[in-house]
Design a protein around this ligand. Structure first.
Ligand SMILES: *Cc1c(COP(=O)(O)O)cnc(C)c1O
Length: 392
């Protein structure tokens, strides 16, 4: 069955008492049981029945089940945010004395999670160059608990060669954990490329117009004891399970995900091509452009589409700030893949708290503007960018 059809029609296994066409929002904390034995089975995880909504909730289970059907994963676990999904996954794998092999090209809070929060518990982040496979090999040792990466980094737009990196990690018995937020799971299969645990900030494409926060762990079942650690320990103890209201919003978002994404990715490519013609723009960085150094690997892994995020570089930081101030249609905001297009100057905002040395090490330039392309008409977007540059 086609993914769009599946996204709409996968139903929750239990019939609704009233035949409701969309999943009702179970805004409840606890559930009643028929007898003590069923209650014991539910509490001990022998039957997947909700007992308390910190751990299981029918509306959230419905979203999880739909994504499981779409990805072929062995389990999908939904969290309150992308960061909750990332922190749960890394806490499940790490322990004091272990190390995480990764790159400095990371989402700002993920970098801080590794550099500050987890380091405090004796977990060592090892930042290496993921485009240099020898460097990755050298950094993995007997204490490595995972290789963690983002499939397309933001704002550098570096694309990881998943098969090659999975091969290196697996040869040493190390799982590959990939944050795939930038390309939706409906358009490529991370599991088939060797990813053991896929992580998604569902706040982005999935929520359907930035309606809610959410995160997903998509577990391909290849990482020993990982699932039990999350479902039977961390979900209880860390309390980051998705809320039923967010799950409802994101289930609606999932129904239109493919249609929205395909338009946004097509507009991003059309816009990237047009922006190359403007003299004030020093560089357009989009992996969908043929001349981009990561174009081939992106195409091989992700297929026809290359996401809806691109960056442009202007002369200097002041030019970037004036450009942002001149925008009339595109919104000055963080976030990605809203229905409306968004622009941000990452160096002074998301990476603002970091030192100049840290920004240099992460290749975050003060000349870069990040654009998230929405559903608007592409000519309208181009006209707004052009007038903002001309007014500079
Ligand atoms: C937004 C984002 C996150 C964090 O997700 P939240 O839902 O905001 O917690 C993690 N990784 C990437 C690549 C992101 O874009």
């Amino acid at each position: 069955m086609d993914k769009t059809t599946k996204a709409i029609h996968t139903r929750y296994p239990l019939p609704d008492a009233y035949g409701a066409l969309s999943m009702p929002v179970y805004h409840v904390a606890a559930y009643e049981f028929a007898d003590a034995d069923i209650m014991a089975d539910a509490f001990c995880g022998r039957v997947p029945m909700p007992d308390y909504s910190r751990v299981l909730n029918p509306t959230v289970m419905h979203l999880e089940n739909k994504i499981k059907e779409l990805t072929g994963a062995s389990d999908v676990i939904a969290f309150t945010s992308g960061m909750a999904a990332i922190s749960n996954a890394l806490i499940a794998l790490a322990a004091a004395g272990k190390n995480i092999v990764t790159s400095r090209h990371l989402f700002g809070n993920t970098y801080m999670l590794l550099e500050k929060t987890l380091r405090k518990f004796g977990v060592e982040p090892r930042f290496c160059d993921l485009t240099d496979l020898e460097d990755v090999k050298r950094n993995i040792d007997a204490d490595t608990c995972c290789l963690f990466l983002e499939i397309v980094t933001n704002p550098q737009m570096e694309v990881a060669d998943l098969r090659a990196l999975a091969e290196i990690a697996h040869a040493q018995g190390v799982p590959l954990v990939a944050d795939t937020t930038i390309i939706p799971f409906t358009h490529f299969n991370a599991g088939k490329l060797g990813v053991d645990v896929e992580i998604v900030s569902s706040t982005k494409y999935l929520s359907g117009g930035a309606t809610s926060l959410g995160g997903l762990i998509i577990d391909y079942g290849t990482c020993k004891e990982f699932n039990a650690k999350i479902r039977q320990e961390l979900i209880f103890n860390l309390g980051g399970y998705m809320t039923p209201h967010a799950a409802y919003m994101q289930t609606l978002g999932l129904e239109t995900l493919c249609v929205r994404y395909e338009r946004q990715a097509a507009s991003a490519l059309a816009l990237a091509r047009k922006l190359k013609e403007l003299p004030q723009i020093k560089r357009v960085n989009y992996v969908g452009l043929e001349e981009n150094p990561f174009h081939e690997v992106a195409r091989r892994q992700f297929g026809e589409t290359a996401g809806a995020m691109l960056t442009i570089d202007l002369a200097d930081e002041q030019a970037c700030k004036r450009f942002i101030n001149n925008l009339k249609l595109i919104k000055r905001a963080t976030n990605l893949f809203d229905n409306r297009s968004l622009a941000i100057h990452p160096s002074s905002t998301i990476f603002g708290p970091l030192t100049k040395e840290e920004k240099d090490a992460m290749d975050v330039l003060d000349t870069t503007i990040r654009l998230s392309v929405g559903l608007e008409d592409v000519e309208d977007l181009f006209a707004d960018i052009k007038q903002a540059l001309d007014a500079n």
